[in-house]
Design a protein around this ligand. Structure first.
Ligand SMILES: [Zn+2]
Length: 122
């Protein structure tokens, strides 16, 4: 299987058949968010608020991100927290330390997207 155009070597190193090769954990604590081979790598633009550890506090500052793990069903997560609904989405946070947002949940499609840069491959 060939990788889509524009994939960096860093991303290729954590991909296997387009899925996450290793488990995804929180950047700030050992909490496991996703098991291997559950998230599909996707490239799309989304402006995610800057990270904070304050539960349900969403910072105004947003970062344009392009690389995500798509998780079709919220029940496929090992551990994840959800924020209140903001502008039609719920933000995903670490269930244990509440650091986030690490991604977002689309209320219409029910799909979930985890920012590749906001989790650790372990
Ligand atoms: Zn955590």
């Amino acid at each position: 299987m060939t990788a889509p155009a524009g994939i960096s070597p860093e991303i290729e190193a954590v991909l296997e058949n387009g899925l996450n090769k290793t488990a995804l954990t929180c950047l700030h604590c050992p909490s496991r968010i996703l098991n291997p081979s559950v998230g599909t790598f996707v490239q799309q633009e989304f402006a995610l608020p800057a990270m904070t550890k304050q539960k349900n506090q969403i910072i105004d500052e947003k970062h344009e991100l392009r690389e995500f793990w798509k998780v079709k069903d919220m029940f496929q997560f090992e551990n994840v927290g959800f924020s209140n609904t903001v502008d039609g989405v719920k933000y995903l946070t670490c269930a244990d330390c509440e650091m986030g947002p690490i991604g977002w949940h689309d209320l219409v499609t029910k799909e979930n997207f985890i920012a590749v840069s906001r989790v650790r491959n372990s």
